[in-house]
Design a protein around this ligand. Structure first.
Ligand SMILES: [Mg+2]
Length: 355
C-alpha cells in the first residue's frame, strides 16, 4: 500500500434528476449537475467521489480543470493531505476559490476513498473515528408544506429544514406556521434564506418568526457578508447558521473572527475535502461552534464522525440516482459506509444521465 501511486484520474459529468427539486430564494435547481471522479491507482484500485456544479453550464469547465490537474498527479502517492498542500501551493497565484477549489476538493475525497479501499476500512476509521450512526435532518426546498414533512417525522427525523425568502414576507410566516403545525413542537425546525436578504430585511423577517421556536436561521444575508451575519445575530438574538460557502479553513477562521454565527456548516467541496474539513473542525470546536454538514451525504457522514462538536448531517441525496446503494437514513440517522466512502457507481445510470 505504501508504494501505491496514482495511475489516472477520470472526471465525468452527469445530470441527475432530484427527488425534490431544490427551489431556493436564490434560484431553483431541478436536476443536479455532478462531476464524478474515478481515481485509479497503480494497483488497480479505484477511489470515487463527486462534486456538485450547481449549474450545468459549468460542467465542461469543471471537467476540463480536472483533466488539466489529473495529468500532473500521475505517479504521485495516494496521500490526500500531501497532494492537497501541493495543489494549494501550485494554484496560489490564480487562487483556489471557485472551480479549481471544487475540483481539488473532489480529487482529495477520491484519494481518501482509494486509501479506504487499499486498507479495507471506512474513511471515518482512517481519520480516527468510527462508523457510528449520526443525527441527521431532512432537507427540503421551497414547497407547499404537506404530508412529506409528516413522513420525515414518522421516519424518525428529529429535525427538518425548509427554505424561506418568499417575495412576500407574510408568506414566510404562513409557511413556517404550517410546517410547525405538521411536525409538532418537538422536532427541530431549521430555515434557510440562501443569502437572499439584506441585514435589515433579515432582522424584520426573523422578528416576525419568533413564536415558532426556530432551531437556526441559515444564511439570511450574502455568505461573504460576515458583518451582516453578525449584525443579524446581534440584533435578533436568533441562532445563525452559515458556512456552506466558506472556502477552505481560512473561510472558517474569518467567520469565527467576525462573530458571524452560532453554528457552522461545512461543505466538503468548498472547505477543502477531508483535509480542509478537519482543520476547520478544530477551529470550530475551539470556538464552541457545532458543525453540521452540507450535501455530499455519503462523504460528509465520514467527516462528521471525527468532528469534535458535531451538529447535524444534512440528509439531501444528490447522487442517489447514480450510485448502487444510496445512503439511507435509519430512524433519522446516517451511518458512514465503507470501505472508503462506500460509493459504488451504477454505470448504466451514468451512461443514461451523461449530458
Ligand atoms: Mg443552505
Amino acid at each position: 500500500m505504501g508504494n501505491e501511486k496514482i495511475a489516472r484520474v477520470r472526471a465525468r459529468p452527469v445530470v441527475v434528476p432530484m427527488a425534490r427539486p431544490l427551489r431556493t430564494a436564490s434560484g431553483a435547481v431541478a436536476d443536479a449537475p455532478l462531476v464524478l471522479f474515478d481515481l485509479v491507482t497503480s494497483g488497480g484500485v479505484t477511489g470515487r467521489s463527486y462534486i456538485f456544479a450547481y449549474d450545468a453550464a459549468l460542467l465542461p469547465a469543471l471537467v476540463s480543470v480536472a483533466d488539466g490537474i489529473a495529468e500532473s498527479l500521475t505517479g504521485r502517492s495516494v496521500a490526500p493531505a500531501r497532494r492537497m498542500w501541493e495543489l494549494q501551493d501550485r494554484f496560489r497565484l490564480p487562487g483556489m476559490q471557485g472551480l479549481v477549489g471544487m475540483v481539488v476538493s473532489g480529487i482529495e475525497m477520491a484519494l481518501w476513498d482509494a486509501l479506504g479501499h487499499l486498507t479495507a476500512k471506512p474513511v471515518a476509521t482512517l481519520l480516527g473515528g468510527e462508523p457510528v450512526p449520526l443525527r441527521a435532518y431532512d432537507s427540503y426546498g421551497m414547497a407547499e408544506p404537506g404530508q412529506e414533512l409528516k413522513d420525515s417525522v414518522d421516519a424518525g427525523f428529529r429535525g427538518v429544514k425548509i427554505k424561506l425568502g418568499y417575495p412576500d414576507a407574510r408568506r414566510d410566516v404562513e409557511v413556517v406556521s404550517r410546517v410547525r403545525e405538521i411536525i409538532g413542537p418537538e422536532v427541530a425546525l431549521m430555515v434557510d434564506y440562501n443569502q437572499s436578504l439584506t441585514p435589515q430585511e433579515a432582522r424584520r423577517r426573523i422578528d416576525s418568526l419568533r413564536e415558532f421556536d426556530l432551531y437556526w436561521i441559515e444564511e439570511p444575508v450574502p455568505a461573504e457578508d460576515l458583518a451582516g451575519h453578525a449584525y443579524v445575530r446581534r440584533t435578533t438574538g436568533a441562532m445563525i447558521q452559515t458556512g456552506e460557502n466558506w472556502w477552505f479553513p481560512e473561510g472558517c477562521r474569518a467567520a469565527i473572527a467576525a462573530g458571524a454565527c452560532d453554528f457552522a456548516m461545512f461543505d466538503l467541496m468548498k472547505i477543502g475535502g477531508f483535509t480542509g474539513w478537519t482543520l476547520a473542525a478544530g477551529q470550530a470546536g475551539a470556538a464552541s461552534l457545532p458543525v453540521s454538514s452540507h450535501l455530499f451525504v455519503e462523504a460528509s457522514a465520514h467527516a462528521m464522525a471525527v468532528t469534535p462538536s458535531p451538529g447535524w448531517v444534512e440528509y439531501l441525496d444528490l447522487a442517489g440516482p447514480v450510485v448502487r446503494e444510496p445512503c439511507r437514513p435509519v430512524d433519522g440517522h446516517i451511518t458512514p459506509k465503507g470501505p472508503g466512502l462506500g460509493i459504488t457507481w451504477d454505470e448504466d445510470a451514468i451512461e443514461r444521465l451523461s449530458p
